[in-house]
Design a protein around this ligand. Structure first.
Ligand code: DLL
Length: 433
């Protein structure tokens, strides 16, 4: 298996710790001078860069939060003068208002390197034709994958999101071998292709680079079964760089983190305490090489588990498990905590359920009510309301048995819930209105 940057992706133990400490030290001294919000936060905590001697002192530093980006909107988080900034992007605004991020020329180069690493890990090579079906724009997905795949040497097709017919035509005519998309859009392309008689098994599609939203193993299985490609997961966020923080290798045993560019920690989201390897909690990231917008202990809001130790692919960096969801997406239904991804997993365990659903939260008196609108598959959907009610009860029983959650399941016709090229909107909250 190819490794894009073998020296860096196999670094571990003392050598890695030494590199991280040296880079951390350099970064902290620089932003102490260059970033007003950061210096203020450090001073409030009674700390100066000299108090941090290496990564062992990292946990004493205050957290950075999404709110810091919002409070300093649009460009207050920049730690370089604007003439050094060659690009601006923004978060997709899934959780409230946008946050803006900048890149220096060196940041753009590093970003391409990071994407080249996970693309190579997933099996992408220079002879591949890579169709990028992420929307190009302020969202980091399109441009991030674009530069990284060009760096690998692949032939990049900047299809951008939407226009399913064009996507399928390009795939067929250009012999696309790598598809880049959100998992839900990949699934939609697979379904739409099959409905139009597109023969995926005969197509050149080999590798999927999917990310930007949580997706369960059930969705992965469906994409792989429908298209014959291997579907890999990759993770990132605008405030830290965009895509490129971590990505799976072909073995799909967790997403390899670029430890020479980021320090990953997992904390208990309610107390902020550091958790041990193998324990699930909120991912916290510190950038080591970002110039324009470095972040110290950024609370991602994403729940995962970190593992260290070598992978059979040859890489020795840390790995993060598939993201379960965001701490702020946790639903508390009659005292039971549940994440949309767990609902997705449970739904897909029932035969006859399509992987398209939406969770509608409502209030019934004092209590929260959970309604799940989910598509039945072609063969199962029927106009007979009695038959559909019985099937819905079966799904409700499964949700109760697996998640201990009482939900009203509402089955809808195949292909009726909205599909888009962006991130899927899984929750509709009607409790506030
Ligand atoms: O979604 C960056 C990205 C683009 C990653 C393309 C991968 C591929 P934002 O729009 O700022 O950036 O959203 C970041 O998306 O905090 C997670 O909650 C979620 N997210 C990103 N990748 C994954 C993933 C991009 N693989 C937010 N699994 C993050 C689960 C993901 N959630």
């Amino acid at each position: 298996m190819n490794i894009w940057n073998e020296p860096m992706e196999t670094l571990e133990g003392d050598e890695l710790a030494a590199l991280q400490s040296e880079r951390l030290d350099r970064m902290l001294s620089r932003i102490w001078e260059a970033s007003t919000p950061y210096r203020k936060r450090m001073e409030e905590a009674g700390l100066a860069p000299s108090d941090v001697r290496g990564i062992e002192d990292l946990a004493s530093l205050p957290f950075t939060r999404k709110q810091d980006f919002k409070d300093n909107y649009p460009l207050g988080m920049l730690a370089v003068p604007i003439d050094k900034v060659v690009r601006l992007h923004a978060s997709s605004g899934t959780t409230g208002s946008r946050t803006m991020v900048g890149y220096t020329r060196a940041d753009i180069d590093t970003w391409a390197e990071l994407v080249a690493r996970f693309a190579t890990a997933a099996g992408v090579v220079a002879s591949d034709v890579a169709q990028i079906s992420f929307t190009y724009g302020l969202f980091t997905g399109g441009f991030g994958l674009h530069y990284g795949l060009e760096k690998v040497g692949a032939t990049v097709v900047p299809a951008s999101g939407g226009n399913t017919d064009l996507q399928l035509t390009l795939m067929r005519d250009l012999k696309t071998s790598v598809l880049v998309a959100t998992p839900t859009y990949a699934l939609h392309l697979a379904e739409a292709g099959l409905a139009r008689g597109f023969d995926f098994k005969e197509s050149s599609l080999r590798v999927g680079l999917f990310g930007a939203e949580p997706w369960s193993e059930g969705i992965r299985e469906r994409i792989e079964a429908a298209t014959g490609m291997i579907a890999t997961d990759n993770y990132g966020l605008s405030e830290v760089v965009g895509p490129g923080v971590s990505g799976e290798c072909e073995l799909k045993r967790g997403m390899h983190v670029a430890d020479d560019h980021f320090i990953a920690e997992v904390i208990d989201p309610s107390t902020g305490e550091l958790l041990n390897e193998g324990e699930q909690g909120e991912l916290v990231l510190t950038t080591l090489t970002r110039e324009a917008v470095p972040v110290v202990r950024f609370r991602t809001g994403d729940l995962t588990v970190l593992e260290r130790g070598p992978c059979e692919c040859g890489r020795r960096n840390s790995r993060m498990a598939k993201v379960l969801g965001r701490t702020d997406d946790m639903l508390i239904i009659r005292g039971v905590n549940v994440y949309p991804n767990q609902v997705e997993k449970a739904l897909l365990e029932v035969d006859g359920i399509a992987p398209h659903f939406q969770i509608v939260l409502d209030r019934a008196g004092e209590l929260d009510r959970l309604e799940i609108q989910v598509e039945a598959t072609e063969g199962v959907f029927s106009d007979d309301t009695w038959v559909m009610r019985k099937f819905a009860e079966k799904v409700e029983g499964h949700l109760k048995a697996t998640l201990n959650v009482r939900a009203d399941v509402h089955l809808v016709e195949p292909n009726t819930l909205e599909r888009g090229a962006g991130k899927a909107k899984r929750i509709v909250d009607r409790r506030e209105v």
